[in-house]
Design a protein around this ligand. Structure first.
Ligand SMILES: Nc1ncnc2c1ncn2[C@@H]1O[C@H](COP(=O)(O)OP(=O)(O)OP(=O)(O)O)[C@@H](O)[C@H]1O
Ligand SMILES: CC(=O)C(=O)O
Ligand SMILES: [K+]
Ligand SMILES: [Mg+2]
Length: 606
């Protein structure tokens, strides 16, 4: 261990040819800090390390018995029952990495149905505020919390706001209305009761602003098409050019010369109803808000600001990318948010469908660069709303999203109103596990084109350490990565590099535990952490062992962002100096937790 103290070089066995050097000499206050160095040593080092790491955990386990644990560490150890069962049954590499989100609706809102979904691997339950009453939503949230508490699940709750969008008013008429070619329809904002033949009410009176005769009106991204033949005031007479059907709340978009007519309706991203839904979500202790029809970073910042004033717990804000404008402002939106949903349903109303696959891949890529979790949503298994098996094309679509390393996949109508919700969930579960395993075998982990996330030195160090830790974990073939993390930052940085082994994130913060549910490859556990990392490692290893979750010979790589308390008081006059030293300690400290696993235990073993 002592050898690490003065020389801050991290030597990492790597199969990548050539030297990789990360220079941290820019330093703090103009003084050099140190150098992290990754060297490629080939087979010799690999063997040696492999053996020592293996020996290490065994020694760690034996040695831990004689240690007195600090107060607090004896407490709770919460791993959700589903991950525990999966781990027992399939081992570390059998744990699914891709997370699953289910939309809750009338078909799955009983306690029994929710339990079935939880058992089937639902990580996050989504409530769409477009549908259902306040009481219904409250009831569902409470049932999920009850299941978590009483049955040991760890299902997070997401509220998806209604947002503002131009659509057809639902008059409670038949679930679909046929549109024949050549038929002429009136589109109006004028309110009427019940259904009127060949008349459609739009939900917003400015729906036809800027629209001209000759423009194309597309229903739900192509369910039916019209051409505008007459405009009187805000009313439009439209003739059907491509027959199809109207579904309830069908969405309207206008096109001219093959391009979307982009109009600024000045509709708020968060309406009065949305704000009321947000406050309801806060009071019910939800974990995520997914903000519909985000167009720029401002609305995300506004909501985050509101949450930091109103909520005692940390609630994450996801931006739904479902408009052309959002695509124009993608990077600033991703930066401002805590995660993204690729909302392909509404996105397909604003961009041609054939562009969706490429746009999806681009969004996922930006999210990984900027280290934000991303959900791929809508129509993944649409045919399963009605049928018990998916189409081959749907399975291919799911596989593609997994292969692109999306953090999570989402069911909408399949679980909310379909007859085969749990079956659809198991299709997602099995398909993701299969593709993940194939990706590992094919060694398809593409090196991240490393976007520098942090600006400050500690942030840059954390990023380098996590990237390197994942490379080590993959190259050494370790069984699991343990991360000790208060706010989840370290766990998320590890997830960003999509390691082969699962990441067990031990956290002392309940909300961190729940929000990590959306992060690829992370299994979060609630434990009482000490500020002594050595004890954290010994204790959690022992607890995992006592539950039969790890055994002799397993190789675990440890990363920690829980830093020790300073034992000496800060002298104000030499504050610069102390900051410098502290940072060095921190660097050394973190560094040692990637490194220490072989260095410390080398010392223990021999
Ligand atoms: N709470 C609910 N109550 C009744 N029906 C629901 C509920 N949630 C979803 N649904 C049904 O499931 C379908 C798919 O759900 P989804 O959440 O994708 O809705 P959506 O209306 O397409 O809107 P969004 O664009 O916000 O996702 C909806 O069209 C609706 O019929
Ligand atoms: C999920 C959603 O809102 C959409 O796909 O439009
Ligand atoms: K919504
Ligand atoms: Mg939508």
């Amino acid at each position: 261990m002592a050898s690490a103290a003065s020389d801050l070089s991290l030597i990492c066995q790597s199969t990548i040819a050539g030297d990789q050097r990360v220079d941290l000499k820019n330093g703090v206050f103009g003084r050099p800090v140190s150098t992290l160095e990754f060297r490629c040593h080939g087979e010799t080092l690999k063997k040696k390390l492999g053996f020592k790491v293996r020996a290490a955990v065994q020694v760690g386990l034996e040695g831990s018995k004689s240690k007195a644990y600090p107060k607090g560490l004896e407490g709770a150890f919460q791993l959700d029952v589903v991950s525990e069962g999966e781990l027992m049954e399939k081992g570390f590499l059998g744990l699914r990495k891709t997370k699953l989100v289910c939309t809750i609706g009338p078909a799955c809102c009983s306690l029994e149905d929710l339990e079935k979904l939880a058992l089937g691997g639902m990580n996050v339950a989504r409530l769409n505020m477009c549908h259902g009453t306040r009481e219904w939503h409250r009831d569902v949230i409470r049932k999920i919390k009850k299941l978590n508490e009483e049955k040991g699940f760890s299902v997070s709750v997401m509220i998806d706001t209604e947002g503002s969008q131009i659509h057809v008013v639902d008059h409670g008429s038949p679930s679909s209305v046929k549109v024949e070619e050549g038929s002429v329809w009136l589109f109006t904002a004028e309110q009427f009761e019940g259904s009127r033949p060949f008349s459609v009410q739009a939900n917003y009176k400015g729906f036809s602003e800027g629209i001209e005769v000759g423009d194309e009106l597309v229903i739900d991204g192509g369910m039916a098409c019209f051409v505008v033949i007459e405009k009187t005031g805000s009313d439009l007479q439209c003739k059907c050019t491509d027959p199809g059907i109207f579904l309830p709340r069908a969405k309207l978009s206008f096109w001219r010369d093959g391009k979307l007519v982009e109009r600024n309706y000045k509709l708020p991203t968060l309406s009065t109803k949305d704000w009321a839904d947000v406050d309801f979500g806060i009071s019910e202790g939800v974990d995520f808000f997914a903000l519909s029809f985000v167009n720029h970073a401002g609305s995300i910042k506004q909501l985050k600001n509101h949450l930091s004033n109103k909520s005692t717990k940390s609630i994450r804000v996801l931006a739904k990318i479902e408009s052309l404008e959002a695509l124009h402002n993608l990077e600033e939106i991703v930066q401002a948010s805590d995660g993204i949903m690729v909302a392909r349903g509404d996105l397909g109303v604003e961009i041609p469908l054939e562009q969706i696959p490429a746009v999806q891949e681009d969004i996922i890529d930006v999210c990984r660069q900027l280290n934000k979790p991303v959900i791929v949503a809508s129509q993944l298994l649409e045919s399963m709303v009605e049928y018990p098996t998916p189409t081959r094309a749907e399975v291919a679509d799911v596989s593609e999203a997994v292969r692109q390393y999306a953090d999570a996949l989402m069911l909408s109508g399949e679980s909310a109103i379909g007859s085969y919700g749990p079956k659809a969930l198991s299709v997602l579960d099995m398909t993701s596990s299969r593709i993940e395993s194939w990706s590992r075998q094919e060694n398809r982990q593409s090196a991240l084109n490393h976007y520098q996330l942090g600006v400050s030195l500690p942030d840059r160090i954390a990023q380098q350490i996590c990237t390197c830790a994942v490379e080590m974990a993959n190259n050494l073939g370790v069984d699991a990565i343990f991360a000790y993390t208060s706010h989840g930052q370290m766990a998320s940085l590890l997830s960003r590099s999509r390691p082969n082994p699962p990441i067990f994130a031990f956290t002392n913060d309940d909300s961190t535990r729940m929000v990590l549910n959306l992060q690829w490859g992370v299994i979060s556990l609630r434990v009482d952490l000490s500020d002594d990392v050595e004890y954290n490692i010994s204790k959690t290893t022992e607890l995992m062992k006592s539950k039969g979750l790890i055994s002799q010979g397993d190789v675990v790589l440890v990363v920690s962002d829980v830093t020790p308390k300073r034992s000496t008081p800060v002298a104000v006059q030499s504050i610069q100096n102390i900051f410098f030293l502290e940072l060095q300690m921190r660097l050394r400290y973190k560094f040692m937790h990637v490194y220490a696993e072989w260095n410390t235990f080398e010392w223990n073993t021999f």
